[in-house]
Design a protein around this ligand. Structure first.
Ligand SMILES: O=P(O)(O)O[C@@H]1C[C@H](O)[C@@H](CO)O1
Ligand SMILES: Nc1nc2[nH]cnc2c(=O)[nH]1
Length: 330
């Protein structure tokens, strides 16, 4: 199989670099390297269709089943994959050309199995821009899901609540996003477009499936958590820093309700290849937009993980029941 380095570029050796911080030096073994090929590879951070196909084939063959729904577990929400039965588990290290998870709360396992009658594949661990991965690499698994047969992407995340009405532990169903990394000229679709995945210029106005949002709201009602559920706008920043008050103010002025460090590039990649998307944020911390509100407490990843742990039951139930409804309709 073709080797790709940690930047998602073609490597000329057959070694799969497993470290997110590859030095980018030539790997053709002669010490000088084919500079032209290296430069081209650096520019082209996308994975060729054939490589994605090989990874998908590896997973489908290894699992012995073809998933219809893909789930990305946010920070501390890995238990979403624990409710999958008859599971075949793939450690990221053992999947050819797959990146590795480097963040606490992201176990680095792909779980394929049954949930509520549907075949699903769940990522226990996603890839973030701040880990040193280009966006195309962060969202490469979404394309793998597509070629495995996935039609629906469920993306979940932990996020800070900017909307003053949001409380810690609330769930915000995403109905739109502000792509801050995109504002800065960064996209998972940068580089040559392969029309086998999707069009050069995809539209994103209907990215978040309204039917799935409505179903989730109904499920929330029947779970008795409707007052802890919102529909709102998420924005992804590059991280790994949490935001300053001035940044939070600016995001709020732009209509952002919750802020995180993921999901948007996954959604863009999923919509590009025509998957139906459902996404939600678990509000793990409140973000104040006023200096006068500043208290001693600051956001920490420990707090994020602890809130996610406390709310995992509700998140699992929401996901499971939505999967059941999708399965019942098909
Ligand atoms: O993977 P997600 O977006 O759920 O993780 C959020 C963003 C950072 O990775 C981390 C910060 O606490 O949580
Ligand atoms: N950027 C960002 N990501 C988060 N993930 C969980 N909480 C936060 C937050 O407050 N800001």
């Amino acid at each position: 199989m073709t080797g790709y380095n940690a930047k998602g570029d073609m490597a000329t050796s057959n070694g799969n670099h497993r470290n997110g911080h590859c030095n980018g030096s030539s790997s053709n073994g002669n010490g000088t390297g084919d500079r032209q090929a290296d430069d081209l590879a650096q520019e082209n951070q996308t994975y060729p269709y054939e490589v994605i196909q090989e990874i998908a084939d590896f997973i489908v063959k290894g699992a012995g089943m073809r998933p219809k729904i893909g789930i990305i577990c946010g920070s501390g929400l890995g238990s979403l994959a624990d409710i999958i039965t008859d599971a075949k588990i793939f450690e990221y290290e053992k999947i050819p050309n797959f990146p590795v998870s480097t963040v606490e709360g992201h176990a680095g396992k792909l779980v394929v199995g049954h949930l509520e009658g549907a075949i699903v594949m769940a990522m226990q661990g996603r890839f973030h821009f701040y880990e040193g991965y280009p966006l195309a690499k962060c969202s490469m698994p979404v394309r793998v899901m597509k070629l495995c047969g996935v039609e629906y992407l469920f993306a979940t995340n932990a996020a800070g609540g900017i909307n003053p009405k949001y409380a810690v532990g609330d769930i915000m169903l995403m109905h739109d996003h502000v792509n801050m990394l995109g504002f800065a000229g960064n996209s998972p679709l940068q580089g040559p477009n392969d029309p086998r995945f999707g069009p050069r210029f995809p539209a994103l106005v209907n990215s978040y499936n309204k039917d799935l949002i409505n179903k989730a709201l109904e499920i929330g009602k029947s779970m008795g958590i409707e007052s802890n559920m919102h529909v709102g706008v998420y924005s992804c920043l590059g991280g790994p820093t949490y935001e300053t008050i001035a940044e939070l103010k600016a995001l709020r002025m732009m209509g952002v309700d919750a802020v995180g460090m993921s999901t948007v590039h996954e959604v863009i990649t999923a919509r590009h290849c025509d998957m139906k998307v459902f996404a939600f944020s678990l509000i793990t911390n409140k973000c104040s937009t006023e200096y006068s509100d500043m208290k001693d407490e600051e956001a920490t990843h420990e707090e994020v993980m602890s809130v996610a742990k406390n709310r995992q039951k509700a998140c699992c139930e929401l996901v499971a029941r939505l999967v059941r409804e999708i399965q019942a309709e098909s």
